[in-house]
Design a protein around this ligand. Structure first.
Ligand SMILES: [Zn+2]
Length: 393
């Protein structure tokens, strides 16, 4: 090839490269500062809530990679390119929690990491998207004057399409309360814990089941007596045919009404059982009575089989059943998964967590708003603060 021929070939290749770059849009991309980095660690699994709607519950990780405060002003959740939900500054202020903090605020300090706890409810008839992304508008104090208002996109993730496990109820009877259930109660949904080198949300879909007597009392009798609590001693049931993978028993009852102190991590669940439901789904039951657990590690259990009795052991304030489903056989180092209970009835709604806590503490009746007629639900996750019956039919 002569020198001239070589020049010609190079010119053609260059021209081709320019055309290709322009086609791919590279020619328009200008580097710009994105002081906040966005990511989703655990993609949401869409599920049906007891309101009949599809819900997506997950955390957007927000890293302030600048030296000064960032105010997160607006977040738009995009599903397959269209807007699913917009959060304004007030909504963000109630959902953004810096690492290790229990309080939320919309301002993120320089160099800090936070989780934005997202709960997207799809309108009826809207199909769950296949991909999510997030458009975030923020004010970055560290940016030069006039350039502090920034809009970025990120946190792209494919929605997790694994099948939602369908289970029978963990209890039988009437007037159970789904306390601290999905999707905006902070005690479970926001329990992000650094365990074994990773942040896990094992309790993302956990419920603390309580029960009302026919007068509406969670407790009727002295606060420090286990027997005062309506749910105390109720049989706890296998939610599916399963294999027992873990049993803890022999831990003593706590004194109700007082948070126990000096509870070690491995005693936090109290007397507990983990069942392998198959397909990488595990069910965990916590805080049962000492000596009440009737199953052994390695044993196969049948749906509806009694596995223990409701108690007040481990890190527990009052007798209740803590129940959750997760993707590994660990109550802490696992990812909390949604599930759907095959058949239940919603008889009413409480005024909320604050009223519930007060009724529990004072032993006063909970002011329930009854639902008339009672709502029959098939195949859904019981949402927060509902009065639920699991009747044998
Ligand atoms: Zn709990």
């Amino acid at each position: 090839m002569s020198t001239c021929d070589r020049c010609f070939v190079v010119r053609v290749l260059l021209a081709l490269a320019i055309v290709l770059c322009a086609t791919a849009g590279y020619a328009q991309v200008q580097p710009r500062m994105t002081p906040v980095l966005l990511a989703v660690q655990d993609a949401p699994v869409p599920f049906v809530g007891s309101d009949g709607r599809v819900h997506l519950v997950y955390e957007l990780w927000v890293t302030n990679f600048s030296s000064a405060d960032v105010m997160v002003e607006r977040v738009e959740v995009m599903g397959d390119g269209r807007s699913l939900q917009s959060l304004d500054a007030a909504a963000i202020g109630g959902r953004l929690q810096a690492a290790g903090q229990r309080e939320s605020k919309g301002k993120l300090a320089g160099s800090a990491v936070a989780l934005l706890f997202l709960h997207v409810t799809l309108a009826p008839g809207v199909v769950a998207p296949t991909r999510l992304s997030h458009r975030v508008t923020l004010h970055a104090d560290a940016a030069p004057p006039g350039q502090q208002e920034i809009t970025e996109s990120g946190g792209e993730v494919a929605v997790d399409r694994r099948a939602v496990v369908s289970i029978e109820p963990p209890l039988r009877g009437e007037r159970y309360v789904s306390a601290d259930s999905c999707c905006d109660a902070s005690r479970h949904t926001r329990a992000a814990l650094p365990v074994n080198g990773r942040v896990w949300l094992a309790q993302r879909f956990a419920v603390d089941w309580e029960e009302l007597d026919d007068q509406g009392h969670i407790r009727n009798g002295p606060q420090d007596k286990l027997e005062s609590y309506t749910i105390f001693g109720k049989p706890v049931l296998a939610v599916a045919d399963a294999v027992v993978v873990s049993v803890t028993d022999g831990l003593p009852e706590q004194t109700p009404g007082k948070y126990p102190t000096n509870i070690s991590l491995d005693e936090a669940d109290g007397n507990s059982v983990i069942l392998d439901l198959g397909q990488q789904h595990y069910a965990m039951y916590a805080h049962m009575q000492p000596g009440s657990i009737r199953v052994h590690k390695g044993e196969s259990v049948k749906v509806g089989q009694v596995i223990g009795l409701v108690g007040d052991t481990g890190n527990s304030l009052v007798p209740h059943l803590h129940f959750q489903v997760m993707d590994r056989a660990s109550s802490l180092a696992s990812n909390g998964l949604p599930y759907e209970i095959k058949d239940f009835q919603i008889a009413g709604q409480t005024p909320g967590t604050k009223a519930f806590d007060e009724a529990e503490e004072k032993g006063t009746p909970l002011a329930v708003t009854p639902l008339s007629p009672v709502q029959q639900v098939k195949g859904a996750l019981p949402l927060d603060q509902l009065i639920i019956s699991f009747l044998v039919r």
